[in-house]
Structure formats: C-alpha cells, structure tokens
Design a protein around this ligand. Sequence first.
Ligand code: ADP
Ligand code: MG
Length: 237
Amino acid sequence: MTSQVGPTDGSALHLRGVTKIYPGTPEVRAVDGVDLRVANGELVAVVGPSGSGKSTLLHLMGALDLPTDGTVEIAGIDVAGLRDRALSGLRAHRIGFIFQDFFLIDGMTATANVAEGLLYRGLPRRDRNERAVAALTRVGLSHRLTHRPSQLSGGERQRVAIARALVGDPSIVFADEPTGNLDSHTSDDIAALFTALNAEGSTLVVITHDQDLASRFPRVVELRDGKVLSDTATVSS
Ligand code: ADP
Ligand code: MG
C-alpha cells in the first residue's frame, strides 16, 4: 500500500499549476495551469464544451496520466513521487472511475462485474461478492444481482458501473460524461443517485458538457481552453 500520506489538509484532491501539453506541430496545451482543490465530501461538476480539456484533466486528476507541469495530490499523496507499484496501489485503493461507455464485461453477472473492482485488494472471493452485493444495493440494484449487462437498461448498466467504482470505498470517484449515453429521464436519475451517494459521504467529481446536469450539483467548475473559467466554490484553491 501507499504510505506517503502527506500533511492532510482535508483535501481529497489538490491540483497546483497543472498543465498538460500534447507534443506535435503545433503542440496542444490541453490543460493550462489549473489550480483546483476538492475537499473530502464534496460533489463537484467540471463542465466545458468539447475540446476544453475535460477528459485530459480527468486523466490527470485520476493519476492515469502525469502532468507536463504542476502537481497532483490525491488524498495528500503527490502522484509524481510514486513508482509504478505505488501508483497502481493508489489507483486500486483510493480512486474510482465511471465512464460514459460503462466498460462492463458482458459474460459476467452484475455482481461479478462489481466484484472485479476489488480484484487487486487480496480479498477472498466470498468477501468480494458480499461487498459487491452491498454496493449494488446502494445504487438501487438489489433486484438485478444476477443479470448480465445485455439484460440491463442503459441506466441500470451505469448503476452497475457506479457500484463497481464505489465498491472499494475510494477516497474520490471520477466520472467522465456518465450520462453521455443516457436519455434525459435516466440522466436525471443518475444525477439524483450522485447526490444521494454524496450525502452518504462519497467525494465525487463529475465531468460533463451538459450544463443542465452540472447545475444540479453544489459546486460547478467551468473549463475553457484548458483553463478554469469560473468556479462556484467559496473556498479558494
Ligand atoms: P474534452 O474532453 O473537453 O472534449 P479533451 O481533454 O479530450 O477535451 O481534449 C482537449 C484538447 O486536447 C483537444 O484540443 C484535443 O484535440 C487535444 N487532445 C486530446 N487528447 C490528445 C492526444 N492524445 N494527443 C494530442 N492532442 C490531444
Ligand atoms: Mg472528453
């Protein structure tokens, strides 16, 4: 496990001067000097038009990629200081991801898909399954435990993916366009689920180009050309 827990200031996530340049001619400054602090227990929407750097920022925030410049701290841990194993450990233990395309394994039940989220925890299979059932119950799917993804609606599939992200009790959960493939009614349900999970203590960062969805969350960070254009937070980063 990761042991380099830095001085804890109650931040789930702290970005300082984070920049990501994709090389090429011309190079692309996809994320440009972003300062952002997310406290434990927050629910934050990051909104911006296509190409504004949302997905790039999500990859940096979730330690899937390293910045060209600046620092990323997750739960007080500086991502740049970690070797491969510690980085994998950080991702497996502290971070949950939810994507637009769900990424569920079709031959497996909902429970088995969620239990996959615990694969690197060294837990016995029975414990993994018990926790998976609990996570599916949290997202309102206790009646769909043995269904396979192909037997579920789009909204239900996204709930399974949310349960998989939550099952390991991560410090922070990132969602990239989680309602991008859902109709507006189902999107509303998923937004309400995020609000409910946040009320139970989960820290969530939801990336979306949907202003409507974003406006339902307590804090909205607006991204434009890789920079923070506005942030409704009252505390400075
Ligand atoms: P968003 O998710 O808001 O649509 P992205 O983070 O995907 O934005 O992209 C931000 C900018 O970076 C865009 O101009 C995009 O073309 C560019 N970009 C994204 N990924 C790469 C890459 N791997 N190589 C080069 N440019 C990229
Ligand atoms: Mg994107």
